[in-house]
Design a protein around this ligand. Structure first.
Ligand code: NDP
Length: 331
């Protein structure tokens, strides 16, 4: 039998956490034959709720779940973890300035970075979900210099999956037959959902999405804004933000990273930019990637048209501004 993998979930008593931990315990994230030990962290006001989640995990009697740590102590939570999913963060409340939210999150991610750096297992893989996800990941990277930068990522897989879902609905095809959409840039409304390299599997082979949709006006405007605004649409409908889809896509992100992407398929991940596609180096930016042997690499050489170029640059500019704002919060 395999040794258990220790998976940290921060903000585990929250909405996404509640949807995510049973998925991990069922093997959705790391495979149906991979035992796991869950480490759940939350803040003291959520300690009782967190303990309730732990009780439910016990009651669910998951065969793969070999242990549960539920704590408000970051050091205890981070000790020995192989995978860290950072869902905890300070939400933007009405009337709060961007800078105030940023400053709260900068201090959270700075201290959690230190706890991970000192106590996580070597080669721990980190996924940041909490917003502003890209910039929180960047702060984490800055304050955990001994964690390889390749191990620090943020979630744009939900946006990626939303794009697949929109194409599948529009063409009335199975979502599993659609692939290679790309989310470029920030996990915010400036992100660019790009279908220029996306295909649909048909009995006659893979066909370009653009050719099948045959409506550039829709693809260049409504499709993009629907994906960008989907989070807001869910909040309007549910009176709560998306949680099951966020949790599911976090599992997709880690699963593909650890177990690899299928041949010929790429996925979107927020990763540390090396300057590919003329995106400024030193930002955490969402790129198309393939994964193999536990490592991602940015898909190279995709042609970028003028329309896309502008959108890639716009979302990069927003990230550079966020980065400057975050650094101005570091005292
Ligand atoms: P959720 O579980 O709904 O969301 C958690 C984080 O994920 C938020 O930052 C949220 O951003 C972000 N997120 C990213 N992508 C998505 C998406 N597609 N849909 C929804 N959310 C997304 O929040 P809860 O308030 O239910 O839970 C947060 C937990 O974090 C609580 O248990 C709280 O106690 C804990 N917490 C921890 C802190 C710490 O570690 N110091 C500080 C504050 C809270 P957005 O806010 O933009 O929706």
């Amino acid at each position: 039998a395999k040794d258990p993998v220790r998976v940290l979930v921060t903000g585990a008593a929250g909405q996404i956490g509640y949807a995510l931990v049973p998925m991990i315990a069922r093997g959705v994230m790391l495979g149906a034959d991979q035992p796991v030990i869950l480490h759940m962290l939350d803040i003291p006001p959520a300690a009782e709720a967190l303990n309730g989640v732990k009780m439910e995990l016990v009651d669910a009697a998951f065969p793969l779940l070999k242990g549960v740590v539920a704590t408000t102590d970051a050091v205890e939570a981070c000790t020995g973890v192989n995978v860290a999913v950072m869902v905890g963060g300070f939400p933007r409340k009405e009337g709060m300035e961007r800078k105030d939210v940023m400053s709260k999150n900068v201090s959270i991610y700075k201290s959690q970075a230190s706890a991970l750096e000192k106590h996580a297992a070597p080669n721990c893989k980190v996924l940041v979900v909490a917003n502003p996800a890209n910039t929180n990941a960047l702060i984490l990277k800055e304050f955990a210099p001994s964690i390889p930068e390749k191990n620090i990522t943020c979630l744009t897989r939900l946006d990626h999956n939303r794009a697949l879902g929109q194409i599948s609905e529009r063409l009335s095809v199975q979502v599993s037959d659609v692939k290679n959409v790309i989310i470029w840039g920030n996990h915010s409304s400036s992100q660019y959902p790009d279908v220029n390299h996306a295909t649909v599997a048909t009995p006659a082979g893979d066909k370009p999405v653009r050719e099948l949709v045959a409506d550039d006006a829709w693809l260049n405007s409504e499709f993009i804004s629907t994906v960008q605004q989907r989070g807001a649409a869910i909040i309007k409908a549910r009176k709560l933000s998306s949680a099951l889809s966020a949790a599911s896509s976090a599992c997709d992100h880690i699963r593909d990273w650890v177990l690899g992407t299928p041949e010929g398929t790429f996925v979107s991940m927020g990763v540390y930019s090396d300057g590919s596609y003329n995106v400024p180096a030193g930002l955490i930016y969402s790129f198309p990637v393939t994964c193999k042997n536990g490592e991602w690499s940015i898909v190279q050489g995709l042609p970028i048209d003028e329309f896309s170029r502008k959108k890639l640059d716009l979302t990069a500019e927003e990230l550079s501004e966020e980065k400057a704002l975050a650094y101005s919060c570091l005292t």
